[in-house]
Design a protein around this ligand. Structure first.
Ligand SMILES: [Mn+2]
Length: 467
């Protein structure tokens, strides 16, 4: 059971979420699939358990092997699960009863797990639709196939697009209790980032820094919201190996975040000098990224699309890179052509919530609505492009990367020569990458950067690295 934010009426909040989604889905049953434990190398040796985020959203229950059925009538939800056996209690200790779990989630009706088949069979006999979300774990595909009597290969395609849309709408706008969770997680995350800056030394391995920051989360009894990126090769966007040695004069990119007690993610990136002081070129490029990030945050308000924010930020970056002699020509024309994507091939950010890429399992409807994704290199990686609404929580994470393979390819193809100074760019091929990322709430007036401040200006970062 959860322990956070004791002042919030969580049972009422969960019931409200279920009722709104039920009403908007308009008839039929909704089958909410909780996660089963995931075996690692044999059945009893499992990965750390993480509940399905949608199930967490409508129940708050982080225990494995639970299913929830929302019936069409208002307020009627049934929690299915099995009480702990004596063996379970001997090996893993006493657990809250299903009745206690249900009460914490605002559910009145609790039944044994095998009782769900009868309810579903009856619904199908009456011709009622059963809505469910697209599963992304094989165990859920298998369970849905058995429960609904449909072949496994058809389970994904028969997921309810109506339910997907309604869940996306409901989960996109964060309530104050959710923002509080994210900010709570950011408290731990801020400590992780400060510790990495203070501890980095030439000769250390990336794994030592990665262990240090994960230890801070573990000591606070928190999971990582995702595998942290702690690397001297910041230009590898999702680099998950920790084998390199920190070299004097180099940079470290740290993209890491803890989860809150209720499972909300935080997602912060900072880039800092191994030796504690940026070189002049590092400082120039760092300031270019920072100006881009602050420019993007200043553009955020309800009604503006995140695609506009992305393109506006790219223009700030192109202007800064032209001032540094890496780009040339008209910055607006360069951005329109997509030339800046050599340095920034990803989107400016994504939704954040119970998932670090919130609801990415629901596909493009979350970030793009009914619009099609753009095809241009760079723009095609946008995770979020749709108009913003108050209550959205987003990451704002521009970067500058020198990706040798990409530079070589573009240069060989003569791509965007009128906007790129390839000689100067090639000279920086071993530079690595810089990214600066914060988590931001869209407010009625604009935007608020969430959580306690993490060192961000050149002076603040060097101060935090001081020894
Ligand atoms: Mn991110």
């Amino acid at each position: 059971m959860h322990t956070a934010s004791p002042n919030a009426d969580w049972a009422g909040i969960f019931r409200g979420r279920r009722d709104r989604i039920r009403t908007r889905t308009g008839g039929g049953l909704i089958l909410w699939m909780g996660h089963a434990p995931q075996p690692r190398n044999y059945a009893a040796n499992t990965y750390p358990f993480r509940q399905n985020s949608h199930f967490l959203y409508v129940t708050g229950l982080a225990e494995p092997d639970l299913l929830l059925l929302s019936l069409p009538e208002a307020g009627r939800d049934i929690l299915f699960g099995d009480a702990a056996s004596l063996d379970d209690i001997v090996w893993t200790g006493p657990r809250p009863s299903l009745e206690e779990l249900a009460a914490a989630a605002g559910i009145d009706d609790v039944r044994p797990a095998d009782g769900i088949r009868a309810v579903l069979d009856e619904a199908r006999r009456q011709g009622q639709p059963v809505h469910y979300l697209p599963p992304y774990r094989h165990s859920s595909v298998y369970a849905l196939s058995r429960l609904l009597g449909i072949p496994m290969e058809e389970v994904g395609g028969r997921a309810s697009s109506l339910l997907m849309e309604q869940v996306a709408i409901e989960r996109s706008v964060k309530g104050p209790e959710e923002v509080a969770e994210i900010e709570e997680a950011l408290g731990v995350t801020g400590r992780m980032h400060r510790a990495a800056m203070a501890a980095a030394r030439p000769g250390m391995k990336e794994s030592e820094l990665a262990g240090l920051i994960q230890g801070i989360a573990l000591a606070a009894d928190r999971a990582q919201a995702y595998d942290p990126i702690v690397t001297v090769h910041g230009e590898v966007l999702h680099n998950h190996s920790y084998q390199n040695v920190l070299a004097a004069g180099g940079l470290v990119l740290n993209d890491s975040g803890a989860e809150s007690p209720m499972g909300y993610a935080s997602d912060i990136t900072r880039t800092f000098p191994v030796s504690g002081r940026f070189s002049p070129m590092q400082a120039d490029l760092y300031r270019a990224v920072l100006r881009t990030q602050l420019g993007a945050i200043a553009m955020i308000r309800p009604g503006v699309s995140y695609r506009e924010v992305h393109l506006g930020a790219c223009l700030v970056l192109a202007e800064a890179l032209r001032a540094l002699g890496l780009m040339k020509g008209d910055p607006a024309a360069a951005v329109e052509a997509g030339a800046h994507a050599l340095f920034l091939p990803h989107g400016i950010g994504h939704m954040l919530g119970l998932d670090v890429h919130d609801m990415e399992d629901l596909g493009d409807i979350v970030g793009h609505g009914k619009e099609k994704r753009p095809g241009q290199f760079g723009l095609n990686y946008l995770r979020l492009s749709r108009p913003l609404e108050a209550g959205f929580v987003l990451t704002v994470e521009p970067g500058v990367y020198f990706i040798p393979a990409l530079i070589e390819r573009w240069r060989a193809e003569g791509l965007h020569q009128e906007f790129l100074d390839y000689d100067r760019i090639a000279a920086l091929a071993g530079f690595g990458g810089i990214r600066i990322e914060d988590d931001v709430l869209v407010t009625p007036e604009g935007a608020r950067v969430l959580g306690p401040p993490v060192p961000k200006t050149v002076a603040e970062v060097e101060e935090a690295c001081a020894r």
